[in-house]
Design a protein around this ligand. Sequence first.
Ligand code: FES
Length: 347
Amino acid sequence: MSSANNLPAEQDHGDGELAVKGDNPFADPGLPPHEHRRTDIDEKAANRAERQVAFLFLISMLATIGFIVSYYAIPKSQIVYIFLLGRVSALNFSLGLTLGVALFCIGAGAVQWARTLMSDVETPQERHPIEADKETREFVFEEFKAGAKDSAFGRRKLIRTTMFGALALVPLAGVVLLRDLGPLPGKKLMETNWAAGKRIINHNTGEPLKPSDIQVGSLTFAYPEGLSEEDEQFQEKIAKDALMLIRMRPEDIKDKTELDWSYEGIVAYSKICTHVGCPISLYEQQTHHVLCPCHQSTFDLSDGAKVIFGPAGHPLPQLKIHVGDDGFLAASQGFQEPVGPSYWERP
Ligand code: FES
């Protein structure tokens, strides 16, 4: 390591001319003399700079607290007029502004600290040899320790404390945002409108289904009696209640429970994919496979709707059905397991 102040004697001619050392064609040009900053020589200026840095970190802390308060205090529906932006969501604007200020102040505080208080002595690095010898490594280690000491990290307690405060608080903004991943499903996926005795309604005609309406090889979509497309919440309810019925020859059904829960080869399964909840819509007559169009999960309806391909983690839930006294197909009970995507509460 060398600088203008400690060039090897054979390189520095004292007249601005630098000699080439040995067979090295690239002489060390050296560095201009180091100029002290005001904060290096004036303790009052250094203390002022320290307060500026601490102030920036403090602003960052306040902005992070402002972010969290905004998240809880400002209604999602509130709109404000902002110059140049027009009408914007007050919540989004406040979250963006406070988080931006928090991050900016941490960066600005660090830059100001480096510019005014950390050591700014230039330290050139030799180009050859690339691998440092033991002495150099020890020298670098000592320099590093000296640099750490120069940065006054240990001495400038105010900066250190406020910086740690700012760095510790700013991740809280991310933690708060995790709430936006949505509420946990709880038991809601266990609750559908299917129950014992509810007739099965053809989604296309809106009429109750009889066994004779379903031919071998056909796929029929259905929903429970009592649901109406006029209902404002129809889409929300059908998202869990959607059912598909397939008829196959009873001897093709491999799973014993599936056979018991079917009626003369008619099986009823949730139409909602157990991967992330897309509606299943493709049926292959010959194999009795149904395919989810979203990520190609494939279920074998002749074998308990087991997953035979794709990312889904569970078979489709089956609905036990029978034919009521009126001759229409009906549910014998509700679903016995949650419909839709897999989640950690699923047994
Ligand atoms: S939602 Fe069906 S495979 Fe992904």
